[in-house]
Design a protein. Sequence first.
Length: 402
Amino acid sequence: MKKDLNIGIVVHGPKIVDSNFATKIIDFLSEFGEVEAILGGTMGRTAVIDASLERIIDIGHRRLPSESITILKKSGMDSIFLINYGKSETTGHSFGFKVFNNSFIKNNWKNPPFIQIERPGEDNGTIIPWNKNNLKDVVKKIAKHLNLNVANPKSILKKHFPQYLGQYNNYLNSDFPVEVVNTVNQDKVYRTIKGVLPNENVFVNGVVVGKSTSKDLTLVAKEGYIVDVIGGEIKEHGVEKLSKIDLNTAIVKTGLLRTSKVKPRVLNHDHADLFKVSLLNHVTEDVYSFKDCDLVVTVGDDTSLVSSDILYRFNIPIIGITDGDLDKVVESPFKNKKSRIIELESGFDDVVGELVFKKLFRSKNSISYDLKDFNNVDNLIDTIQNEIIQIIKEKDIKFIVH
């Protein structure tokens, strides 16, 4: 590889960062040319912040991996790498093909070379050259440097996606657009998830919609709504929160969002005279867009847990409105010391959230207080908490404050 090539890297997931392999790979590829690294996905952003890598890995926008690839391709990269650390070889390879299919195959892109580095540091770590390219020597050098096996894409498809093998061969051998195969049966869409373990949370676009009961899991959607989880139990409340989606392109994960035990990095947060309070009532919202708030009122158990963990890095407390319907989505979540959790009797978090939106926030997403009127932040948070409690009492709903 020439040393004047432009190399794009899509970094996906927290573990590739937490394991320090993202840094190692970026440093190694920098020996061959100019590197531009951007995040693909959402959960890796916290890991990038904890590792102080936000000046090296662009986390400025919330993008799907395929969207990040599109940006790098349009900027004229000579090669694009996808680096990931899946929970298993199966999940990693399945993820890589999904990304390759959603970007290169669907758009009939033949260039640039697209190469996946998967699970470096593991005995079954691999490097996968997904399309035809002239970087065989580079692939070998990377494989030797990271002690990776070079995987044959066709072998991966035969094992995990045999129904796509013909489409893949057509893509490799044709200069014409390839017909994309979707798994559709009459009015329903089926999506099979690989590498699932029993008793794992099933996330769709960040919302827990069920729990696996076996290793074979298939999501079923009708008219854009999840209607069944084959090989698992559906969570109706989660499906209601998720609302309408495109199951073919939705982000699906199983297990925990982040498994590494880390020391979080907390950034400074200075309060202005106008104290900004925002409402977050859906975990699929971009939590990082709230990093300029002074306090966030969160609605829902999972929403409150994930938001608390992320906003902890920005030294922002939350007032969480929950009802005890908690799924374990993060191994060891963090919470700002000024945060409060109001736990309601079961089934009332969304009801109270809607009342808080109308009465406290006056049907706006954010409100502001003059901090000078309250002497200090603690007094202001106490005041907001008491206003929420008063709304709860008016509906005669049982609650406790943590």
